[in-house]
Unconditional design. Structure first.
Length: 379
């Protein structure tokens, strides 16, 4: 029994004991939850099998290319890769209309885009930059994830719009590199601009309280865009800006991501969106543990004291916010983020014994806070 199913079962028992629902209703609720849990488990298995199938398909393509590679020139290799990518992608799109085959469809689309992207990269061996064939292939390939993204938005798929958006950024980078005289720094700035426009758009959509189906793809696209932003921040910092240390820009981007997530929790979205944003904020808090500690050590060249202040201090603020709002998963993440740097500090300063003492003191503080919280709830 999963954690969720256990919680739901306990809730049903409480309602039945308190006579809020009759025995027949309780049985129907248990049956519905058991069915939902079975379907969820089957869907996870589908995704695992589909992703494995896509991996095997890529391996099969690699074996074929290894066999045919010596007999082909660079143009032939590029064309074969591109055609294989298009065929596999079309096959994935065709499968998507069959709901129970959606995992296989998504995996095939990813495999097809991967083959098409490989063809675009390999085309550098076949045609020079800014030649008609290179521009044609790059532009045509760029259209594929853009069209697929728009199609998935209209079909209200929750997952694929974000995936296709991330793929479109990669194809755009290849297209600009192969088809324009832009330098690598200019290409990175162009990608930054596209990403900024996309994030502005999805944040706007999150703010208007869209219906349940649409909000899922908007949220997933937002998460994907913010994740892609970390990659572009590193590229921008170490490329156009010439920074040897990209941690501060990553800190700034993390702060923006966390601020937008909190804003979404407070102002945007329906219940489904808000629940998902809680998990996103919890992951961001856990990510801040490594990022904040690395910034204190590498960028500011300070010991564990500053790292503890930066990470644990923010964790306390997040805990207070989550406690006020009733976000349990954020409370757990904040508690973990609070404890880890304290333990590291104690071990580094005083060895294992100091770490034990620090953890005991921290545990005492947490138990005291829990007691205070319990007193407030019963008063």
């Amino acid at each position: 029994m999963s954690i969720r199913q256990s919680v739901v079962s306990e809730a049903i028992e409480r309602w039945a004991t308190a006579s809020l629902i009759d025995a027949e209703t309780a049985d129907r609720l248990r049956s519905a939850e058991a069915t939902r849990e079975t379907l969820a488990s089957a869907r996870v298995s589908q995704y695992i099998l589909a992703i494995s199938g896509a991996g095997v398909l890529m391996i099969a393509g690699g074996v074929f290319l290894e066999w045919a590679w010596p007999a082909l020139d660079d143009v032939g290799r590029t064309v074969i890769l591109a055609l294989a990518g298009i065929v596999v992608t079309i096959g994935g799109v065709a499968l998507e209309s069959r709901g129970h085959r959606a995992p296989s469809s998504y995996a095939l689309q990813l495999a097809g885009l991967g083959l098409l992207f490989t063809a675009c990269v390999w085309s550098e061996q076949a045609w020079p930059d800014r030649s008609l064939p290179a521009t044609t292939l790059g532009g045509s390939a760029l259209v594929v994830p853009v069209v697929l993204c728009w199609r998935e938005i209209n079909s209200r798929s929750a997952l694929m719009p974000g995936v296709h958006f991330a793929a479109a950024l990669g194809f755009l980078a290849i297209f600009l590199d192969r088809s324009t005289p832009l330098s690598s720094d200019s290409i990175i700035w162009s990608l930054d601009g596209v990403l900024a426009l996309a994030i502005t758009g999805v944040v706007r959509l999150l703010s208007v309280g869209s219906e349940r189906e649409r909000s899922r793809w908007i949220l997933n696209t937002f998460i994907t865009a913010m994740g892609a932003g970390f990659v572009l921040v590193i590229l921008t910092a170490t490329g156009p800006l010439g920074m040897t240390d990209a941690l501060l820009p990553m800190d700034a981007w993390w702060l923006l991501a966390a601020a937008l997530t909190v804003w979404g929790l407070e102002k945007g979205g329906d219940l489904v969106t808000r629940r998902s944003l809680q998990y996103l904020f919890a992951l961001e808090l856990l990510g801040w543990v490594a990022l904040g500690m690395a910034t204190a050590r590498d960028t500011f060249d300070q010991g564990p004291g500053l790292a503890t202040l930066m990470v644990s201090g923010l964790a306390v603020a997040a805990y207070l916010y989550a406690d006020r709002s009733g976000y349990t998963v954020v409370l757990v993440a904040a508690a973990i983020a609070f404890v880890i740097p304290i333990w590291v500090w104690a071990v580094e300063v005083s060895g294992a014994l100091g770490g034990i003492v620090a953890l005991l003191l921290t545990a005492g503080l947490l138990f005291w806070a829990a007691g205070r919280r319990g007193s407030a709830e019963t008063s």
